[in-house]
Design a protein around this ligand. Structure first.
Ligand SMILES: Cc1cc2nc3c(=O)[nH]c(=O)nc-3n(C[C@H](O)[C@H](O)[C@H](O)COP(=O)(O)OP(=O)(O)OC[C@H]3O[C@@H](n4cnc5c(N)ncnc54)[C@H](O)[C@@H]3O)c2cc1C
Length: 216
């Protein structure tokens, strides 16, 4: 079974490592509730996760500001429409490159950034920063053996229904394109990226493995 997880992409800028868990976060569902009543939360990123998690963070914060590197949001139209609603509490700043994070008393205090168009430097003092610039699956070792989506997350079960094995038949739930090899958790295409679901997938995959062994 492959359960090698995925790593959150980092900005790799000064201060980032120093404040992870102390103002810098990568999961709004996990850490958003700590910021109930916050004035302003920064979200770095302009893709689907950034937009959806940014909207979710308005549940806790008065305002959420998206710092977007490019000049467009690359999210679903539904998310973009919600962000653009007149009553939305999500502000978007385009063409922003984040330069560094600074702290005070071991917590994030300030984000320094500049405009990639004018070069103008600015700083903001938010309650927290959530970084959503993608996840990288830990599948380097497996990518030549099992089918993945374009981002490297492993395809399993019903995503491979067109593929069956002469001896073992249709793919079982959590089975990869390689007969008898299973995948569960964050490494899997379209998994939920939460501890509870990763553990549940592991248990469910074990049931599929038992079924596979029965057929062997
Ligand atoms: C900072 C942070 C905070 C989080 N907070 C929460 C939270 O509050 N609540 C929540 O539900 N979820 C949270 N998550 C998400 C949660 O951690 C994951 O969804 C969950 O751990 C996924 O489990 P997994 O077993 O699929 O992968 P992982 O837990 O990532 O485990 C993968 C394991 O495989 C190992 N591995 C990687 N590559 C290889 C290899 N080539 N060979 C052998 N081993 C390898 C890794 O070292 C690791 O031990 C958080 C994640 C992060 C990063």
């Amino acid at each position: 079974m492959i359960a090698s997880g995925a790593s959150y992409r980092r900005l790799d800028i000064p201060g980032e490592d120093d404040f992870i868990g102390a103002g810098i976060h990568f999961c709004a569902t996990c850490d958003g509730p700590f910021y109930k009543g916050a004035k302003n939360i920064i979200v770095v990123g302009g893709g689907n996760s950034a937009c959806e998690e940014g909207l979710h963070l308005t549940t806790f914060a008065e305002k959420v500001t998206l710092l977007v590197r490019g000049d467009t949001l690359t999210a679903s139209q539904v998310a973009i429409d919600k962000i653009n609603e007149p009553t939305s509490r999500v502000e978007v700043k385009f063409n922003v490159d984040v330069d560094s994070f600074e702290g005070e008393n071991s917590r994030l205090k300030k984000i320094n950034y500049h405009s990639s168009v004018t070069g103008e430097k600015s700083a903001i003092e938010p309650d927290a920063a959530f970084i959503f610039i993608g996840q990288k699956p830990n599948t380097e070792f497996a990518k030549n053996y099992v089918k993945t989506d374009p981002y490297g997350f492993i395809l399993t079960g019903h995503e491979l229904t067109h593929q069956s094995d002469e001896k073992f038949g249709e793919r079982l739930a959590f089975e990869t394109s390689m007969t008898g090899v299973f995948a569960a958790g964050d490494v899997r295409h379209e998994s939920i990226k939460q501890v509870a679901s990763a553990v549940g997938e592991g248990a469910a995959a074990a049931i599929s493995i038992r079924e596979f062994l029965k057929r062997s």
